[in-house]
Design a protein around this ligand. Structure first.
Ligand SMILES: [Zn+2]
Length: 385
């Protein structure tokens, strides 16, 4: 019999069922079975669930905490003269590296297995942690140049990046935009762009400009997209990443989460600028849930899908039989699941980094807050003992 763990419950992917009294057996780092059972290392009191994805973050911003906090969005993060760019340009690489590592560890301890990051400063930015990154930490390079020099810059940066990120389609001439997106596509890498974050960029036709240059896999914000725009995005199969707390902080409005769902757009959740918005996907998930509820959607399922689904874009297999063992263990007591009439809703509403007790990524125990004997036991199970 394969080594196993026994938990109080598990959230299964992709059906999002909440199954109680579950054992998970693991063979050679692969999840061999998940189902009703009472065998294995006794981890009752914990709920196993798939890891989350933070599908949009600017991690570098962490080291310029709350800089220019009373400025408008353009003065703060507009390229290239916004306060953010002026300060980060002067920040030593070691400082930035330390900030990236702090945020990365914090994301893991909240059960985030996949990160999709917009990385500023072109070649310099991607080299800061080249070849030291976690496998599912996707870094998309943002070129510093916006004219034809951007093409060469992206070509060089892609040696240390997983794709290209466009700050705004309006920043680039259309042929340059097409060229930098094509460079990533030709290598099978990811393309992403901010989109319709404020009314002005949408009115100036940012979606048309991006589509004219071939489109991107991942679109971020979409606050001012119309229902027609959302249908177009749904038909192209792009992921739309919503960052409701960043939109609120930067006074950008509320993303059309309900309309996007109704149009069949696939959603992700991102925490955006780490210097001004706490990089906590649990908080972000609650913010998204409250927006959906205001439009009559009280079910937690769309929010869980948005938290888990984008992991695959970062090469992380969600928790399912036959996949590499990647999951988190959350305290059932902490989220009130024992007394809950709707445990998935309790996870979204009461969940948080403080209730994540262990995180397993690709068969490795990356974080463990359980008593040492249980952490050691879990490590043994993952090693096949
Ligand atoms: Zn952003």
């Amino acid at each position: 019999m394969s080594p196993a763990i026994r938990v109080s419950a598990a959230v299964l992917w992709p059906e999002l069922g909440f199954e109680e009294g579950v054992s998970l057996s693991i063979r050679d780092g692969v999840l061999e079975s998940v189902g009703k059972g009472s065998y294995g290392l006794d981890l009752r009191g914990l709920i196993a669930l798939p890891l989350f994805a933070n599908a949009h973050i600017h991690i570098m911003d962490w080291v310029i905490q709350q800089a220019g906090w009373d400025l408008d969005i353009d003065s703060l993060v507009g390229e290239p003269y916004g306060v953010k760019y002026v300060l980060l340009r002067r920040a030593p690489d070691d400082t930035v590296r330390e900030g990236i590592e702090t945020v990365r560890r914090y994301l893991i301890r909240q059960g985030v297995g996949a990160i999709i990051e917009f990385r500023e400063f072109g070649v310099r930015g991607t080299r800061i942690d080249c070849r030291r990154r976690h496998k599912h930490h996707i870094v998309l390079t943002m070129p510093t140049h916006h004219d034809e020099r951007a093409v060469e810059e992206v070509e060089e940066a892609l040696a240390c990046a997983d794709g290209v990120a466009v700050s705004s389609p309006h920043y680039f001439p259309e042929d340059v935009l097409r060229s930098i997106l094509s460079l990533a596509k030709a290598r099978g890498l990811m393309t992403a762009s901010h989109l319709a974050e404020v009314p002005e960029t949408r009115e100036a036709g940012d979606l048309e400009r991006l589509l004219g240059a071939g489109g991107a896999d991942v679109l971020v914000h979409g606050t001012y997209l119309s229902e027609d725009d959302l249908s177009t995005i749904a038909s192209r199969g792009s992921l739309l990443v919503l960052c409701p707390r960043a939109n609120r902080w930067f006074l950008g409005g509320e993303p059309p989460a309900y309309e996007a769902l109704r149009s069949g757009v696939e959603l992700g959740i991102g925490t955006d600028n780490a210097g001004w918005v706490k990089p906590d996907v649990w908080r972000e998930a609650e913010a998204l849930h409250l927006i959906l509820r205001s439009k009559g959607v009280s079910s937690p399922e769309p929010v869980l899908k948005a938290l888990i689904g984008p992991s695959t874009l970062a090469g992380l297999e969600p928790f399912a039989v036959g996949s590499t063992a990647s999951f988190m263990l959350v305290s059932a007591e902490g989220v009130g699941a024992r007394w809950s009439r709707n445990p998935l809703l309790s996870l979204i509403k009461n969940g948080g980094p403080e209730h994540v007790m262990a995180v397993v990524i690709d068969g490795r125990l990356e974080y463990c807050e359980l008593p040492e004997a249980l952490c050691a036991g879990l490590r043994d199970v993952l090693r096949g003992r």
